[in-house]
Design a protein around this ligand. Structure first.
Ligand code: KIV
Ligand code: NA
Length: 266
């Protein structure tokens, strides 16, 4: 199948086709994910938790993401591979450009970074230098210390207004895609309608333009952490990893995942 490109993302939104994304960190899983219809593969800094066994994502390095992006990219033929900025590697335009260049040279086709605010100039800097960017708002795990834990975001009117404003600003800065994590479904729906770029939800309800889950979560592996509401085990009842990936893609595409049970009403 023809590789997924950055312009395809916008076309998918215009055509009303939901995008499927999963994380992967190695060649074996990347191959089965890619071979069973997933459009986007994220080499997430979640690897700090699910691969390295750390309590949060703050200890991941640029070298880690470069290494795992290489492992994944070598196995992928169709999906667009997205490399995730680790903590503070996107803190300045210069650091971000150096890291993103290494991610693309390792095989990524896009990079992802958390936040708005001072990150907006970083997004602009990268996009102007031909590096496609995916934003990430809502429960940004690199903000865990300020949030005081992994908490749903955008619940009160002021926080919702700020999130809407940030989403528009991330788009204006040049991002081609936006992950919305752990926000009320109605707010994610509103943001999705307001944006021209596709939104990818995780704990953000069914009205996003696509969905993402951490691979280990959708295969039902116990992370050793409290399981968030939005996690669903697609391996249970599927019989194989390939079938689980197919079941996830079908459920995302037909809008049956996430249902209310796996979303936040407010
Ligand atoms: O690191 C990660 O896996 C992520 C996704 C959960 C969006 O950022
Ligand atoms: Na991440």
């Amino acid at each position: 199948a023809r590789p997924v490109t950055v312009p395809d993302l916008h076309l998918a939104k215009q055509a009303g086709k939901r995008l499927t994304m999963l994380t992967a960190y190695d060649a074996g899983f990347a191959r089965v994910i890619d071979g069973n219809g997933v459009d986007l593969i994220l080499v997430g800094d979640s690897l700090g938790m699910v691969v390295q066994g750390k309590a949060n994502t703050l200890g991941v390095s640029v070298d880690d993401i470069v290494y795992h992006t290489g492992c994944v990219s070598r196995a992928v033929q169709r999906a667009l591979v997205i490399a995730d900025f680790p903590f503070q590697a996107d803190a300045s335009r210069e650091r971000a450009l150096d890291a993103a260049t290494r991610f693309l040279q390792a095989g990524a086709g896009m990079v992802k970074l958390e936040g708005a605010g001072h990150k907006l100039e970083v997004i602009r800097h990268l996009v102007e230098r031909e590096i496609p960017v995916c934003g990430h708002l809502g429960l940004t795990p690199q903000s865990v210390l300020r949030f005081g834990g992994f908490r749903v975001q955008g619940r009160d009117d002021a926080a919702a207004a700020k999130l809407r404003e940030d989403a528009l600003a991330v788009q204006a800065a040049g991002a081609a895609l936006l992950v919305l994590e752990a926000v009320p479904s109605s707010l994610a729906a509103e943001i999705t309608r307001a944006l021209e770029i596709p939104t990818i939800g995780i704990g953000a309800g069914r009205d996003c333009d696509g969905q993402v889950l951490v691979l280990h979560d959708m295969l039902g592996l116990d992370s050793g952490h409290r399981r968030p509401r939005f996690v669903k085990d697609f391996l249970a009842g599927s019989g194989s990893i390939a079938a689980a990936v197919q079941a996830y893609c079908s459920a995302v595409r037909d809008g049956s995942f996430p249902d209310d049970e796996h979303s936040y009403a407010h």
